[in-house]
Design a protein. Sequence first.
Length: 496
Amino acid sequence: MENLLYGFSIALTPMNLLFGLLGAFLGTVVGVLPGIGPVGAMALLLGLTYNLPPVTALITFAGIYYGSMYGGSTTSILVNIPGESSSVVTAMDGYQMARKGRGGAALFLAALGSFIAGTVGLVLLTLLAPQLAELALKFGPPEFFSIAVFGLFVLCQLSDQGLLKSMITVIAGLMLGTIGLDLFTGQQRMTFGIGALEQGIDFIPVAMGLFGIAEVLESAEVKLKENQEVIKVKFRELFPNKTELSRSVGPIARGSLLGFIIGLIPGPAAVISTFVSYILERKISKNPDEFGKGAPEGVAGPESANNSAAVGAFVPVLSLGIPFAPPTALLLSAMMIHGITPGPLLVQEHPDVFWGVIASMYLGNLLLLALNLPLVGLFVQILRIPVKFLIPVVLLLCIIGAYAVNNSVTDLYIMALAGIGGYILRKLNFSPAPLVLALVIGPMLEDSFRQSLMMSSGSYTIFIANPLFKGLAIVAIAITVLPVIWRRIRQSKAAV
């Protein structure tokens, strides 16, 4: 507590407070832009911190990080365009809430869940950082593979489209994830001689196409075929009603704890935490049929897990100097630029940095809540734009977002093809979300699988003998069987 108070004395200086607010605001603004996301926002704004004192620079950078994490949910809810992989799940129910006239409520729940989950994660970070970092270091390739397989198993149950359709889209995502150079042999795989594909298929143009371009095509088709105006959404209430709030309390609490734990795991923790939270809430919900149609739990739970996982990812980078996710890798580079070596000695050598950054994150969560809630009404106005004006704007944002990541024209072609594919998937009643998330998890699955077999000289017993693999297999069976049993018990009680 004494160290934390020391951190607040640093974070509350006028200069650090101002730059912390500036970082959170800029992160939110850039995060709102489709296709940028936390990594893009941090990369674009890294140059702003070069001439600042080390503590102020890192406080600003941390503000950019969690500000952009929140901003990514806005476009998912309002225009069904996930700016990052961790916002895909939010779009499933957030966009449906917006179409029902509850876009303001969805944004409010996202902001509230982010604030509570971020605060819970920071308390756990303050208390448990050294011990949890040591635990996370014990993960090796077999553990990564076990987690990836478990994630894909849960992913197949993510939507109501049925197991067969989910498996088809997951397999398609895994196949796309294999395109590029084989890191172990250096051979090109399915690049068709296109040099830009050697680095693999990037998530952003695929997501832009499957969600953004497909939405544009479908909206244009409805306009042309039916020759009628799109129904305008009326926002009678900006904030959630009592029912929406009461249904969100449990998901926010569970998502906060679940996200922090998953955030300690190397890899796309924020992505995994969102769909694990989503499937958990749908399994235990009294209204599972509402998921995918505008359930508030489908927004509150994943958004809480997303932001709590972002805080959990700070544990290994601050305590041991090992980034387990791309955003924290950029944070590590910012530390190195300012001559700070993160690791076990960071607390002793730079206590002002360690505790100042942690204290600034407490303040940043509060500032984000105070900053974003007044702007909810501004974001909601996007839905009032007539569809004939909105479609070109969405199309332009998709093109800019897809091109800005790698400055590659190839990404624009990928986005266009993904848009056509997404349109066809919608016509066949396939959900594109499992495909996108499998594309993110696929490389981790393949690399950890091959590394594990190299460790065991080709023996598959390395997985069977792994305690985590056994534990996750039990959990996978439990989340499949127990909800069915529970549902039958409730049906039998209702019949009586």
